[in-house]
Design a protein around this ligand. Structure first.
Ligand SMILES: [Zn+2]
Length: 390
């Protein structure tokens, strides 16, 4: 989920919103201001209703942000890299890179989100009671009461043991602890997620058929999202398992053909591309140090008439756009960085010099082999035959 608008940083964590957050924000704002609050307080005028709706909706999104911030801060404390938080259609996402080092950390990172929502819910509820006791009435109590309820509902919904919900991650951590195998734990949590997603879709469809309103449609959407995300998580767990233990040097293409930034695109087409089977070339300086990467797709995007007048350095991905890796880095830690430059390649560097290139073809070939050797199909460990090759 990409951020459309960056809001800033809190505790060093980048906060952004995706435009779809406007949809859910508007639904909540309109629902509160035109239906719920006017129904609770009959003498509420239109301006007051919209003001109350706005305050409640903004505070709810702040609560959501606090939930995600808690995930992000605990993840960072447990050694994970945090790419930021994005609020979107279905709430918030804390983008974490990599996996928790152990089941306990996995549990802490997942559990703290619902805990924060629960604490906020109880806090808003207590404040409502306190103010009501002091004689404050009316819409203030209505706003606090709704915030208390929605945060508790959020905590409970997120605790359902189905990936990608927090409860699914808690289930994964517990199974990981019991079985000692993260992949099998993640696959079980993801399967639970798919089943839960289907149940939500079914319930939503039933609601669409038998009840008025659009609530059922919303449930179908959430169910569909949960099912898709759970399926992706299951696949990711299997991929990581297949790649586990593999290092970059096991899959890289060694000694790639390199080019200098000051040659023209036309000349590398004649001298390199047509004579080599490679489709990407690290761009290096006089000392063989990487300064970028040029791919066939980049060349193809260039007007053929411009090729003779354009230098490689002008069209190549810059060094800071290309993923650089070392031969001994594990594949699972490189994978999330591969998309940073186009075509998902990484340049393998040792002692500052280019020694290889890692391409999506190398990885997908490995995954196909791993799939053929998957224990599900009666094969043996995929790592044997692949790491054994030079
Ligand atoms: Zn959460």
């Amino acid at each position: 989920m990409n951020e459309t608008l960056r809001l800033g940083h809190i505790a060093g964590i980048r906060i952004g919103v995706n435009w779809t957050v406007l949809v859910i924000f508007s639904l909540i704002l309109i629902g509160l201001s035109t239906v719920q609050f006017p129904a609770l307080y009959e003498d509420l005028d239109v301006v007051a209703a919209w003001a109350a709706g706005t305050i409640a909706a903004i505070t709810f999104f702040a609560s959501l942000l606090a939930h995600e911030l808690a995930h992000a801060i605990v993840a960072r404390r447990n050694g994970l890299e945090v790419d930021g938080i994005v609020l979107w259609l279905f709430g918030g996402v804390a983008k974490l890179k990599g996996d928790a080092p152990d089941p306990q950390a996995d549990l802490r990172i997942a559990g703290v989100g619902p805990l924060v929502s629960l604490v906020l819910g109880v806090g808003f509820g207590a404040l409502a009671f306190l103010l009501a006791g002091l004689g404050v009435g009316g819409i203030t109590i209505g706003i606090l009461g709704w915030l208390a309820l929605i945060n508790v509902v959020l905590a409970i919904f997120n605790l359902i043991p189905a990936a990608p919900l927090d409860g699914g991650r808690i289930l994964r951590a517990i199974l990981w602890q019991i079985r000692g195998d993260r992949t099998s734990a993640a696959v079980t949590a993801a399967k639970a997620g798919r089943i839960f997603g289907f149940v939500l879709v079914g319930l939503g469809l039933a609601q669409v058929v038998f009840l008025p309103g659009l609530g059922g449609l919303w449930m179908v959407l959430i169910g569909w999202f949960v099912t898709a995300a759970a399926g992706a998580e299951e696949q990711q767990a299997r991929v990581q398992d297949a790649l586990g233990g593999l290092r970059v040097r096991d899959l890289m293409t060694p000694d790639p053909v390199t080019v200098r930034p000051d040659v023209t695109v036309a000349s590398i087409l004649d001298d390199y591309v047509l004579r080599n089977r490679f489709s990407s070339f690290p761009v290096v300086d006089d000392d063989d140090r990487p300064v970028g990467l040029i791919t066939l797709n980049r060349i193809r995007a260039l007007d053929p008439e411009q090729r003779a007048a354009t230098y490689v350095g002008d069209v190549a991905c810059d060094r800071d756009e290309v993923a650089l890796t070392g031969p001994d880095e594990s594949l699972t830690s490189v994978l999330p960085r591969l998309s940073s430059c186009e075509d998902g390649r990484a340049i393998v560097v040792q002692d500052g010099r280019v020694i290889g290139i890692l391409s999506p073809t190398d990885i997908s070939r490995m995954l196909q082999v791993a799939d053929l050797w998957s224990p599900d199909r009666g094969g043996t460990d995929p790592r044997g035959p692949v790491t054994g090759s030079p």
